[in-house]
Write a protein that binds this ligand. Structure first.
Ligand code: F6R
Length: 245
């Protein structure tokens, strides 16, 4: 597990974008695993800026996102489909049929989860999976207690996750209760994982992830078992771990 230290959020974002761009340039038909939430916004901004200035092409790249809210239409401003379009896809030359997110509006969600697993398999392994981390240690929407063996599945969001994400909705009652998320074992099959951690509110969970034994109460702790994980963290997020190092 490599830890790359960044001064602040912007430097973290720039380093993450550089890492992704190096991969895209090296292997044009890359499978990129993407995340949503506040943390990767800056990374996507740097990718868009690079596209405008240098024209790095995504014509042969496929993307698979970690998750989507159940019951939220793709076109809804709060969906992760919309998030990805607005922050990245509409600004670069990736063909839309090569961008994938779970269809959490499907009538048969179990069948959709199975289909998503099959899609990832068909694409080959994810070359680089970008991750953020919840303050409770979740990756994707795999909340504490999720089996490390989980595959893409429908999950119930914890009260703390719903509270934290309420800022993206007009009304706290609109925050979905469930999501479809890539499972932990699906994420772990990725060839490389890049975890972004920013801000003092993430310092405690980063400390736990790095110091506590791997356990299902801290879903991200499984990342220690992966042989190619890069954590890019800013100084605020590294605050607690630095006190003991
Ligand atoms: C997003 C995702 C989540 C977020 C996590 C952190 O697709 O799967 O695991 O990465 O909730 O969210 P932020 O970045 O908003 O703190």
């Amino acid at each position: 597990m490599e830890i790359i230290e960044a001064k602040n959020y912007d430097e973290m974002s720039e380093k993450a974008a550089q890492l992704i761009l190096a991969k895209v340039k090296q292997e044009s038909s890359l499978v990129l695993g993407l995340a949503t939430g506040g943390t990767p916004v800056g990374t996507y901004e740097h990718l868009v800026k690079d596209y405008q200035e240098n024209g790095t092409s995504y014509q042969h790249v496929h993307t698979v996102n970690l998750d989507e809210y159940v019951g939220v239409e793709k076109e809804n401003p709060t969906s992760y489909h919309t998030y990805m379009k607005e922050h990245l896809f509409q600004h670069i030359d990736i063909p839309s049929q090569q961008t994938h997110l779970p269809n959490a509006m499907a009538n048969d969600l179990q069948a959709e989860c199975q289909k998503y697993e099959e899609l990832i398999e068909k694409l080959g392994r994810i070359d680089l999976q970008l991750l953020g981390i919840g303050v409770n240690g979740h990756i994707g929407f795999n909340e504490p207690g999720t089996s490390f063996a989980s595959t893409t599945n429908v999950v119930e969001l914890t009260a703390s996750t719903r509270e934290k994400n309420a800022c993206y909705f007009d009304n706290p009652f609109d925050v979905p209760t469930h999501a479809v998320t890539m499972g932990i074992s699906t994420i772990m099959k990725s060839k490389q994982i890049v975890l972004l951690v920013s801000g003092k509110q993430k310092a405690q969970i980063l400390f736990k992830l790095l110091t506590e034994p791997t356990n299902e109460q801290v879903p991200a702790s499984i990342l220690k078992q992966h042989d190619h994980v890069v954590i890019i963290a800013d100084q605020e997020a590294l605050m607690e771990i630095k006190q003991i190092r």
